[in-house]
Design a binder for this molecule. Structure first.
Ligand code: ZN
Length: 502
């Protein structure tokens, strides 16, 4: 036991409390808060961010961290991880002048509202100057931390995925581009038409909610430790391992809410699997954004869009929607939920084209951060890339460059984690199939065995291991995106009766 760690504990709890309050306000903003509240709440969020900043960068805390690092041997594994995370957080925050930190928190609290209005009114011009400010701040903050030999974009990428830089991602996205773009062309040229018309129609919101709750619980979301609400875009908020919140939204496409619930449940199950000795600490969350997406997309696609998954539960879905699905066979339903259709909106993309949406964002972020791309040019570059990779062209900014919230929040370097997560998940799946009768378990309705594997091998570590370490420990090898590409080529080659050729 280290005395310095004992002394550090109340400081950590205080910082954690500010952070939790801030997150709760952000959740509230997106779900229940009245529309007029935004500007005033933004001030509160700014103050809480400032308080968190002061708590973490307090010179006393820094001294204690240094002492803890000397006392390393007397700390537990969890304590060592917490101290390491805190040291990194201090390094990250310390280099930013407090005034700038606060200004940026207020800017991003305001800018999401400006973005939302711009998107609704298809008015990129009103968002462009704010976006420019955000890009400038983000670059400035990264420049304070950049190490020798590192690029600014590397600094941002590392925040979301430790150990993944431009070089690694260029290689990863290069493989996706070389193998998936021509494969997609083959599929769309194949003439194979999958009917999914029955997924759209008069699906009542109450019924969708009811079935959403059923499937959340079926895959393992615990309603005693979580809630589900409605927001414009589905997301998960994690306060601690006894309070994890998911949201969804409803429209007339029943599969949108259904799969977003399963997706967010995947995120939530990760956080619910964090052990008590780690929760409410700096090491008590999913280890990275990519690993998080690996879990959510694993539940959504590898489990949820798997034919075997539907064997025990398709009837339940049919009973909820007898008019819409009563006469649709399970096979037809499963084909429909796996239909490939190049589209403009990332969040509605099918499993195959999804990572191409991410590829486009990666290339554009790199241009914004590394090549000083003028934000005014974004709508055209965006449209050109969609046409090149997906064969579709947005007609306006709302269905193009304005569709995602991330940049308005200052989250640069986040997007790649969506594609990385899908690839991590496929690598786990490849390994798990050797270890267990994966599809057999799904057919029996036994999600628990699969979930337990993920909890024991991934969730319970929180931030004790990096995503790369987890991949290595679980699958015996480093990150290898070929599993992901092979998984997609095989699954969709079969579905569309086309050659898997690379
Ligand atoms: Zn997600």
């Amino acid at each position: 036991m280290s005395n310095a760690y004992e002394e550090l504990k109340p400081c950590l709890e205080q910082a954690q409390a500010f952070q939790t309050a801030k997150i709760l306000f952000e959740w509230d903003n997106e779900t229940l808060a009245p529309k007029e509240a935004k500007a005033n709440t933004a001030k509160v969020v700014g103050t809480l961010s400032g308080a968190y900043f002061c708590a973490v960068t307090d010179p006393k805390v820094k001294k204690l961290v240094e002492q803890c690092q000397k006392d390393r041997d007397s700390l537990t594994e969890a304590e060592r991880a917490i101290v390491r995370e805190l040291a990194e957080e201090i390094e990250k925050l310390e280099c930013i002048p407090p005034q700038q930190y606060r200004e940026f928190a207020e800017l991003t609290a305001r800018s999401t509202g400006i973005w939302a209005r711009a998107k609704k009114e298809n008015d990129f011009e009103s968002f462009a100057p704010v976006l420019k400010q955000i890009v400038d701040y983000t670059k400035k903050f990264a420049s304070y931390r950049v190490k020798k030999g590192q690029r600014l974009y590397d600094v941002m990428l590392d925040d979301y995925e430790k150990g993944f830089d431009v070089k690694t991602l260029d290689q990863f996205f290069g493989m996706l581009k070389d193998q998936l773009v021509p494969f997609l062309k083959k599929l769309t040229d194949s003439g194979e038409d999958i009917d999914s018309s029955f997924l759209t129609g008069d699906y009542r919101e109450e019924d969708q909610e009811k079935i959403g709750r059923f499937f959340a619980e079926y895959v393992g979301f615990d309603f005693d430790r979580g809630v589900m609400a409605v927001s414009a875009h589905p997301f998960t908020t994690n306060l601690h391992n006894k309070d994890v919140r998911i949201t969804t939204c409803y429209n007339d496409h029943v599969d949108d809410s259904l799969f977003s619930v399963i997706h967010e449940s995947g995120h939530a199950i990760y956080e619910l699997g964090i052990p008590d000795n780690l929760t409410q600490t700096l090491a008590g969350q999913g280890t990275s954004m990519g690993m998080h997406e690996s879990q959510s997309r694993f539940f959504e696609n590898i489990i949820g869009r798997n034919q075997a998954f539907w064997v025990p539960v398709y009837e339940t879905l049919q009973k909820q929607f007898p008019c819409q699905l009563g006469s649709v066979s399970m096979e037809r339903f499963v084909r429909a939920i796996n239909k490939v259709e190049p589209s403009l909106i990332r969040t509605q993309a099918d499993e195959l084209t999804y990572s191409l949406h991410v590829l486009i964002r990666y290339e554009i972020e790199k241009m914004l951060i590394e090549e000083d791309l003028d934000v005014e040019k974004l709508p055209k570059i965006w449209a050109d890339k969609y046409e090149e990779y997906l064969g579709v062209r947005p007609q306006n900014a709302s269905e193009g460059v304005l569709q995602d919230i991330h940049w308005s929040q200052g989250s640069f370097g986040y997007f790649p984690s969506y594609a990385l997560g899908s690839a991590f998940g496929a690598q786990f799946y490849h390994y798990m199939k050797k270890d267990m009768d994966f599809e057999g378990l799904l057919r029996k309705g036994d999600i628990k065995t699969i979930r337990e594997f993920l909890r024991v091998n991934i969730h319970q570590y929180g931030k004790l291991k990096t995503s790369r370490q987890i991949l290595k420990d679980v699958t015996g090898e480093d990150f290898n995106p070929q599993y992901y590409i092979d998984y997609l080529l095989e699954k969709y080659g079969k579905l569309y009766h086309v050659e898997m050729g690379k």
